[in-house]
Design a protein around this ligand. Structure first.
Ligand code: IPE
Ligand code: IPE
Ligand code: MG
Length: 248
């Protein structure tokens, strides 16, 4: 079979997580309202999902709304919720046809009933797909997730001595997901803003100045190539270092 251009990567991150930031500044730079930036951001997510399937990424987790984003003016919060509903309405059939499985992480109880229903619907329809697992972090916070996990463990009466890292991991919203190999944050901000605190302990991080609506397939390709140059040690030594056995 003819090799496609996409197959050039030596090392592909199995799981990419993205903090999709910079929609507001993207709109401001174009003298557009903030909502236009959020809409452009949602359209871009569509393109990046396809790019991930083309490149062979198996898990994509995107930060769409944090537990702290409720602090924004009601207009913006409501506008964002409408965009999520529209996105699901429009995209679920296409995502399903593409073999994408939709998941959600975060607390669902604060979301409006329409959005909860659309999310549940998308999750159910796409449950059997395995080309790409797309996890939407909506009303997600890493600290909230850890608090929730501890509450669940206590409720189950697990004795203190029996709690280890696996116990915590199994009570996080991400229970079925591997840890992200690569976390990307767009728009030049250099912080986690409460995203995947536990899971990203040994992730590779990539920060780019590009605003989310402009982060395209080429940007993703560059990020994957950059990832390929990283040496992941997880606190140990690389195979190469072991082979060299240089202990001087
Ligand atoms: C990211 O864009 C989207 C959300 C946080 C919902 P922002 O709205 O944070 O855009 P900037 O950071 O103000 O440019
Ligand atoms: C992080 O972006 C949350 C999302 C992208 C959904 P923010 O724009 O909310 O982060 P801060 O406030 O600049 O840290
Ligand atoms: Mg922001």
């Amino acid at each position: 079979m003819k090799k496609t251009k996409e197959q050039v990567f030596e090392k592909i991150p199995q799981h990419i997580a993205i903090i999709m930031d910079g929609n507001g500044r993207w709109a401001k730079a174009r003298l557009l309202p903030r909502m236009a930036g959020h809409r452009a951001g949602a359209e871009n997510l569509r393109r990046i999902v396809t790019a991930c399937t083309d490149f062979g990424v198996k898990y994509l987790t995107i930060f769409a709304f944090s537990t702290e984003n409720w602090k924004r003016p009601a207009d913006e919060v409501n506008g964002l919720m409408d965009i999520f509903v529209d996105f699901l309405d429009k995209e679920i059939p296409k995502l399903h046809a593409q073999g994408v499985q939709i998941r959600h992480i975060g607390s669902r109880k604060e979301l409006n009933s329409n959005l909860k229903m659309k999310l549940q619907n998308g999750i159910e329809i796409t449950r059997g797909n395995d080309r790409l697992v797309l996890t939407l972090a909506i009303n997600y916070g890493g600290r909230d997730e850890i608090v929730h996990a501890v509450q669940e463990i206590v409720k189950q009466g697990v004795p203190a001595d029996a709690i280890d890292e696996l116990t915590i991991k199994e009570h996080l919203y991400t229970v079925d997901l591997p840890d992200p190999d690569l976390v990307i944050r767009t728009s030049g901000e250099l912080r986690t803003s409460n995203f995947l605190l536990w899971q990203s302990a040994y992730s590779e991080w990539l920060f780019t100045e590009t605003y989310w609506p402009d982060f395209n397939k080429e940007s993703l390709k560059k990020a994957i190539l950059d990832y390929g140059t990283r040496s992941r040690r997880f606190g140990g030594r690389t195979k190469k270092e072991e082979e060299e056995a240089y202990n001087g």
